[in-house]
Design a protein around this ligand. Structure first.
Ligand code: ATP
Ligand code: ZN
Length: 285
């Protein structure tokens, strides 16, 4: 039987979440000592451990069938691959930062400046769109130190919390891309591999959906029941179960993480008691 080959980062910021995603999809893998590749024990999947920068090329060449990589790397490398799903981790932005001491008011202030980056294509594209004429210096790592050592006037680099910029005396002034990890695929997968990928995507979507929702249980005096359930979405509609105390009912529902606190505050003020909130492992609709 065919196996689908998935490339994930060998080590680094995407490694833990990529492994966790496979685990959440109930795919068991043994990670060997050499960590070049491994085979899943209960799913037709071979896992290749690679540098994230190499993943787009391997996907284009068909060395790997699918891969987990930052959207930033995928767009910078411009390889012919398909993005199948965003994964909700590895969130960051590609931003321009300048020394704190520099007075920066608008994008035009970058004209004539030297900018250090590991993302020459994306920054060049951005500058062309905005008609900025700056000097792009490609460097492969530790971009944030470039202004301090006189290599450049400013940088374009990945930022999440901003603490690295802060520690290097830099301030973020423009964001050129919002990024997160994505699942990408080779564009010419054979039929049997497509079927395996769809099975994996089905699991990934169920896991993603579950992460964004909570299971909520509450006790409600029967005279408040109607009002309270009008505030609860539920997947179809909330479940209502009788309690031994005949004056109250137990209500179960599923609430989206984004609306969660607003809904709970309303329920409480309407007389809901004993509210329990549980994580959901998977949602299959
Ligand atoms: P490799 O050795 O595989 O080439 P790397 O050092 O290039 O690794 P990491 O720093 O591990 O890469 O980052 C991998 C990806 O994690 C980035 O391409 C990006 O998509 C994502 N990421 C999330 N937050 C950040 C951040 N603050 N800085 C850098 N990358 C981030
Ligand atoms: Zn890399």
């Amino acid at each position: 039987m065919d196996k689908l080959k998935i490339a994930i980062q060998k080590s680094g910021r995407l490694y833990d979440d990529s492994i966790k995603l496979l685990k959440d999809c109930s795919i068991e893998i043994n990670i060997g000592i050499d960590k070049l590749k491994t085979t899943a024990l209960n799913f037709p999947l071979e896992v290749l451990f690679l540098r994230d920068d190499d993943i787009p090329q391997y996907l284009e060449d068909g060395v790997a069938d699918i891969g987990i990589v930052g959207k930033n790397v995928l767009l910078e490398k411009r390889k012919k691959v398909k993005i199948k799903e965003t994964l909700g981790f590895g969130k960051c932005r590609l931003s321009i930062a300048v020394p704190k001491s520099l007075s920066y008011k608008r994008l035009n202030d970058l004209n004539g400046k030297r900018i250090a980056t590991s993302y020459p294509f994306l920054i060049k594209e951005f500058f062309i769109k905005k008609s900025i004429n700056a000097d792009i210096h490609e460097i492969s790592g530790a971009v944030e130190i470039a202004p301090g050592i006189g290599l450049a006037d400013c940088i374009c680099d990945l930022v999440s919390s901003g603490s690295t910029l802060f520690m290097n005396g830099l301030k973020e002034v423009e964001t050129i891309l919002q990024s997160e990890a994505v699942l990408a695929s080779n564009i010419n997968l054979i039929y049997s591999k497509n079927i395996i990928m769809d099975k994996l995507l089905f699991r990934i979507r169920a896991v993603k959906k579950a992460k964004n929702n909570k299971y909520i249980l509450l006790n409600v005096p029967n005279d408040r029941l109607e009002k309270i359930i009008s505030y609860l979405p539920g997947i179809k509609s909330p479940v209502i179960l009788p309690l031994a105390n005949s004056e109250c009912s137990s209500v179960h529902s599923v609430v989206n993480e984004n609306d969660f606190w607003g809904i709970v505050e309303n329920l409480k003020s309407l007389g809901a008691q004993d509210i329990l909130v549980l994580p959901i492992e998977k949602i299959i609709l």
